[in-house]
Structures are given as structure tokens and as C-alpha cells.
Design a protein around this ligand. Structure first.
Ligand code: APR
Length: 233
């Protein structure tokens, strides 16, 4: 493998699973308990805003009780010590990467801990509830929604992600099923642009075949192992 300087890491729900946050597509996962169309689309929100706001209130409350696990800690350690470029692109809407201490994190699917005012378009940090229709701190209107990207909406900061992928020497995907685009396509983009590609996931994902290398196991074990090897090399 050529010398590695620029790294892009994609994380998904699997990296937070051992912190006690449900993944989406596992048996008993969130999308078995709730219909995606009801709680994760703009149309579902227009149809039944109370249901959607209550669903995200519960999740926002729950994630605040969870703690980062050794996989988040290892990525934070990598972020602290890696002198080349590094971008941790997460599909997760929890803040466990940041709470572990990582700084170079991009939330392509938004974050539970922001409220977005659909009247004035301002986003504010938010830890409380939204179902009770609190006023926007900026414009005062009761028009807040969770700042999460729903199906049919555009993920955030795609230009910054593709710019990082274009110069990546190494692309690593951790704990994601490879079921949702555009994130699921990053491995092919990175590979065609010359990066070595590595997957760390509990089992083989839908995209495993696209990676140069795929390792199966728990994120809390695989990620610290991989980070230690990289920092020692
Ligand atoms: N360690 C490593 N991987 C794990 C672990 C673990 N402890 N537990 C589960 N996984 C793996 C699963 O095997 C699965 O492949 O994590 C993956 C989680 O997949 P999904 O539930 O589909 O989550 P994700 O890929 O993040 O979903 C993408 O879909 O609905 C949307 O917007 C939501 O961002 C989310 C997107």
C-alpha cells in the first residue's frame, strides 16, 4: 500500500450499537419498529407532525443518556494524533464522536441535538423536546423541526465530502450496511479515485464486495486495533 496521508472515514449506526443506540436495519431495529415513510420523510412530517416530533424527542432524550464506546474513543485518538488530513463523515445523528473528543467530524445526515426553524431557517443547539412546539429562539415562531436529513432530502456538505474523497489515500467504512445512498457509493468513488478501501463491520454488508479489504467483528474491537496499527506504522 502506498504511503497514507489523507484519510476519509465513514461511520454508521453500527459504531454506536455497543453504546446502546439501536441500528436501523437489524432484526428489531428502528425500521422494524417504525415505518420509514411515517417518521423519516418530509411527507410523513406533513401528514402527522406530532408523531414525528414525538419520535425524535424520544431519540434525542435517549442518546443523551448514552456514552461513547472504545470505537469512538479510538477514532478520537486518531483525530488527535494523525498529522495528515482526516475527515470522519458520520451518518449518525448522535454526538458520540464529539463526546469522545473527535474534532474533524461531519454529520452528513444532520444531528439530533439541533433544532431547525422552518420559518427563519436558523439552526440552534437543542436538547429538550419539540413536540410541545416551543418558539424558535431567533424568530419566535413555533416552526421547529429536528435537524436530521430525511429520505428525499439532500445530505449535508456533499461538496466537502467529495473534495476529501478525491484526495483520500485510504477510505474506511465502519458499522454501516451500505443500504443508503449517497454514502453507500463513497467506496466506489474513493476506489476509482485511487484510495485503498477498508470495511470494518459486524457482518458482510451490501457493499462488502466493493472494498479492497473487509474485516468482520465488533466495532469496539476492530476499530481500536486498526487505529493502533495505523498510528504505530
Ligand atoms: N460493530 C460493527 N458493526 C455493527 C455492530 C457492531 N457492534 N452492530 C451492528 N453493526 C453493523 C450491522 O451489521 C449493519 O451492517 O452496522 C450496520 C448498521 O446498518 P444500518 O442499521 O443500516 O445503519 P446505517 O448503515 O448507519 O444506516 C444508514 O439509513 O435510515 C437511515 O438515515 C439513517 O443514517 C442512517 C442510514
Amino acid at each position: 500500500m502506498a504511503e497514507i496521508r489523507n484519510i476519509v472515514i465513514l461511520t454508521g449506526a453500527g459504531i454506536s450499537a455497543e453504546s446502546g443506540i439501536d441500528t436501523f436495519r437489524a432484526e428489531g431495529g428502528l425500521w422494524e419498529q417504525h415505518r420509514v415513510e411515517d417518521v423519516a420523510t418530509p411527507e410523513g412530517f406533513a401528514r402527522d407532525p406530532d408523531l414525528v416530533l414525538r419520535f425524535y424527542d424520544m431519540r434525542r432524550e435517549a442518546i443523551q443518556t448514552k456514552q461513547p464506546n472504545p470505537a469512538h474513543d479510538a477514532l478520537a485518538r486518531l483525530d488527535e494524533h494523525w498529522e495528515g488530513n482526516l475527515l470522519i463523515v458520520t451518518q449518525n445523528v448522535d454526538d458520540l464522536h464529539e463526546r469522545a473528543g473527535a474534532k474533524r467530524v461531519l454529520h452528513m445526515h444532520g444531528t439530533h441535538l439541533n433544532a431547525w426553524c422552518t420559518a427563519c431557517d436558523v439552526k440552534n443547539p437543542w436538547t429538550g423536546t419539540l413536540a410541545d412546539r416551543p418558539p424558535c429562539p431567533d424568530c419566535g415562531q413555533s416552526a421547529l423541526r429536528p435537524d436530521v436529513v430525511w429520505f428525499g432530502e439532500m445530505p449535508y456538505e456533499m461538496e466537502r465530502i467529495y473534495a476529501a474523497l478525491r484526495t483520500a489515500d485510504l477510505f474506511v467504512s465502519i458499522g454501516t450496511s451500505g443500504a443508503v445512498y449517497p454514502a453507500a457509493g463513497f467506496v466506489r468513488d474513493a476506489r476509482s479515485l485511487g484510495a485503498h478501501t477498508l470495511e470494518l463491520n459486524l457482518d458482510r454488508s451490501q457493499g462488502s464486495g466493493w472494498f479492497d479489504e473487509s474485516r468482520q467483528g465488533r466495532a469496539s474491537e476492530l476499530v481500536p486495533e486498526w487505529v493502533d496499527t495505523l498510528l504505530d506504522s
